[in-house]
Design a protein around this ligand. Structure first.
Ligand code: SF4
Length: 289
């Protein structure tokens, strides 16, 4: 890893990333794509060492409170966060200034920060988002090799349920011919239902995206485990950016039915509206009562 002093931390829409690059090793990782211009090895994490100070400066000057979010470009709970605690310090700043937080991760390291997360959620709102793609534990270790598996992420969701902190699951990507099956989606939905998640986010029932930088890494991984699958991908999708699952209709119908019958949001618009909604003072008071 290497350290830099960043010029800013918070995007106009309230997004932030304290790291650049990732060590979780997901075979489908879009953040590897060349279009993001990461000018160092992807696993050589760039650490924005002054992120907490920048966050303090940005939030102190913001006139209106809102939700801020992290996890879109790289996981805020990388292995190095265990020692560096930069994500944690940014959460402390958000709590100090009364901002809500949405955080997306695959790592159980998030549980370390439950104390500060509880404070944020009791003052305003915290939404823990976890990505679950692969129910089969052995397959999950291949697809997302350097982070805890789906079963452990489900246990993390249960911890949040126990603490009455809302959760959303990103059930994406579903990799064509690998985990885009009814069995896989059903297993994950059962976890979601049992953990009482607020929303299950998927895009039209499944599929993935591939582009330069990401595609080569993905195909190299397929070659190691499924020798003939690259050819099938190339014949089916060519160089397309979007690779919809051939089972999308069936999978979406399953997601829709299960979510409807358990009161779980599944339409992306509804979920993003919920994530962006900062609780009004009256909502906060009613939560306190
Ligand atoms: S956790 Fe996210 S950023 Fe990290 S390798 Fe996986 S997909 Fe990429």
């Amino acid at each position: 890893m290497h350290f830099v002093s960043a010029k800013g931390i918070l995007s106009p829409k309230g997004g932030f990333n304290v790291y650049r690059g990732c060590t979780h090793g997901c075979i489908y990782c879009d953040s590897r794509s060349e279009c993001y211009n990461i000018n160092h090895a992807f696993e050589d994490i760039e650490v924005k060492q002054n992120a907490p100070e920048l966050m303090e400066d940005a939030l102190r000057r913001k006139r209106t409170k809102c939700m801020i979010s992290t996890g879109a470009m790289c996981d805020p709970y990388l292995h190095c966060e265990r020692e560096l605690k930069i994500t944690r310090r940014c959460l402390e700043v958000a709590e100090k200034y009364g901002f809500g937080v949405c955080l997306l991760t695959k790592s159980d390291l998030i549980l370390r920060d439950m104390d500060i997360i509880q404070k944020i959620n009791s003052n305003t709102k915290f939404v823990a988002q976890m990505t679950l793609t692969t129910f089969d534990e052995e397959l999950c270790r291949f697809v997302e090799p350097n982070v805890c598996t789906t079963r452990r992420r489900y246990e993390v969701l249960k911890e949040f349920q126990h603490e009455h902190i809302p959760t959303v699951v990103w059930l994406t990507p579903l990799l064509p011919f690998i985990n885009d099956t009814v069995e896989n989606v059903k297993g994950i939905l059962d976890y979601c239902i049992d953990a009482g998640v607020k929303g299950v986010l998927t895009f039209d029932g499944g599929g993935m995206t591939l582009r330069k930088g990401d595609r080569e890494y993905y195909y190299a991984a397929l070659d190691r485990r499924f020798p003939n699958l690259r050819k099938k991908y190339e014949e089916t999708y060519g160089d397309a950016y979007e690779l919809p699952s051939p089972n999308a209709e069936q999978l979406f119908s399953l997601i829709e039915t299960q979510c409807e019958s358990h009161g779980i949001m599944y339409k992306p618009h509804d979920i993003f509206s919920y994530l962006n909604e900062f609780p009004s003072t009256s909502q906060q008071l009613s939560l306190d009562i």
